[in-house]
Design a protein around this ligand. Structure first.
Ligand SMILES: [Zn+2]
Length: 478
């Protein structure tokens, strides 16, 4: 009978010869990194120990794992490879006002996924629980109290704060006062407020100001989710809006995905609820530069529309584009996931200003199998497009925005730096070749250039091979 060899010290991993970009924003330095029992135990010039697993990283960057600040990865836990191959080791979910904190914890009890998750408490979810189907109105005092109670419960479970999705039902009908009141429920646990704002188009400036107001009145830090200026009327206002956010006196941060087109339900084209009126859609299409800028990525009632722009569908069917949208909404209303569009609606110079802001971090706003290329490409795209090609950011600044900065804002202690004593969420990638490969025509094509990913000291990707595993943790604030 064979007995396993038991050693006193768990075997260690040595990442040797790489350039350590430690996540603090400091330039990279040649150093070796030793990992043992889930932690980084030593950084410096190190000699391999007998029986140590050695990863040779010459010419590569060794940095902390990336934090996806606005993720929907919990919607496809069986498809995490596309997230991991970007170097993401922590996904922050419960976004846009929709959450299931206890359900997510249950997932971790049953069998943890291969990356870490953390979650916000969703305002929309709590609003639905308090008001049911009768949500298209102001909430009463007792209803707001019920929402606050539910948020407090989530905070007790480890939620990071309150998320809202004010462009969607039922969050759309919440007043600023309601949001202030519910956001206050996060303060006892040091929480924050994060928001998909009321209007990312014509009303963007007023929407950012609402975030500031909620932050100020509720006395909580706040974050604007996937910030964008998505109609012609607000193009070019990135510097002005950043100045307001940065000088407001409130602690306000933002996250951004590196693309100039968004994806959502077709109803996100307007903040109006006058969906049956073609004039609503005529105005909305004019705002984003016309029907050629809208591509249908999903339409269950007629899959032949998928992959075509509204302009192409209008030409094929002989129906005006606004009428087509009326038809889409009618045929899918009340059923989630029946339709989806990609909308080319942002300007590159605005995107670059948001990427450059000291207050911004990155997000994918995606999940495995998502039909926007951001789901599979966001983080490598920052390095390929905005570090290597256009030099919008230095490598170390891009890494800081993906690691220590979000860890600090979300309260993930002992993560986000390559430093002894820190949890070994580590990524090794080649800065010369890291590349997003997803596109609107092939949105799920995986990124390349990340050779190793470790979560709590265990390989999820090794020598370019995806291994998966169950090493992820549910991260609570602090
Ligand atoms: Zn959103």
């Amino acid at each position: 009978m064979l007995f396993p060899i038991v050693t006193a010290i768990a075997s260690s991993i040595l990442i040797k010869g790489g350039t350590v970009v430690d996540g603090s924003g400091k330039p990279g330095q040649l150093a070796d990194v030793r990992i043992q029992s889930g932690k980084i135990v030593k950084v410096g010039r190190l000699t391999a120990l007998p029986d140590e697993t050695v990863v040779f990283a010459r010419g590569k960057v060794v940095c902390p794992g990336f934090v996806d600040a606005h993720s929907h990865a919990d919607g496809a836990l069986d498809k995490l490879e596309s997230q991991v191959r970007q170097g993401i080791t922590t996904a922050v979910v419960g976004q846009d006002g929709s959450s299931d904190v206890s359900g997510l914890i249950e997932v971790f009890h049953k069998g943890p996924p291969c990356i870490n998750f953390a979650s916000f408490s969703g305002h929309g979810t709590c609003r639905e629980a308090a008001m049911g189907a009768d949500f298209a109105r102001r909430a009463t005092g007792p209803e707001i109290a019920k929402m606050s109670g539910l948020v407090k419960k989530d905070m007790g479970l480890g939620a990071l704060g309150l998320s809202s999705g004010l462009e969607y039902d039922p969050g759309h009908y919440a007043t600023t006062d309601e949001l202030v009141e519910v956001a206050r429920a996060t303060t006892t646990n040091g929480g924050m407020y994060i928001s998909h704002v009321r209007d990312e188009g014509n009303g963007a400036m007023a929407s950012f100001r609402e975030v500031l107001e909620i932050s100020r009145r509720a006395k909580v830090p706040a974050q604007v989710s996937h910030i964008k200026l998505a109609t012609a009327k607000v193009w070019g206002l990135s510097k002005k809006s950043l100045k307001e956010l940065e000088t407001s006196g409130s602690k306000v941060t933002l996250d951004v995905y590196p693309y100039t087109y968004w994806q959502s339900t077709v109803t996100a084209l307007t903040v109006s609820r006058d969906f049956d009126n073609p004039e609503t859609w005529r105005l909305a299409l004019a705002d984003i530069g016309g029907a050629k800028n809208v591509r249908v990525t999903k339409y269950v009632p007629d899959p032949t529309w998928q992959g075509k722009t509204l302009q192409q569908i209008a030409e094929l069917t002989g129906k005006p584009a606004p009428d087509l949208i009326v038809e889409m909404v009618k045929n899918t209303s009340g059923q989630r996931g029946q339709e989806s569009i990609l909308c080319q609606a942002m300007r590159e110079d605005d995107l670059i200003n948001f990427i450059r802001s000291k207050q911004s971090m990155f997000c994918s706003d995606g999940q495995g199998g998502g039909s926007h290329p951001r789901s599979a490409g966001s983080f490598p795209r920052v390095f390929a497009e905005y570090v290597r090609k256009n030099q919008v950011l230095t490598l170390q600044e891009a890494v800081r925005k993906m690691t220590s900065f979000p860890c600090q804002i979300f309260g993930f202690k002992w993560r986000g730096l390559i430093k002894s004593g820190y949890f070994a969420d580590v990524v090794v990638f080649d800065p010369k070749t890291i590349q997003d490969n997803s596109s609107p025509n092939d949105p799920t094509k995986m990124a390349t250039g990340v050779s190793e990913v470790l979560v709590s000291g265990k390989f999820v990707v090794r020598a370019g091979r995806f291994l998966g595993g169950g090493q992820g943790k549910f991260l609570r604030r602090n």
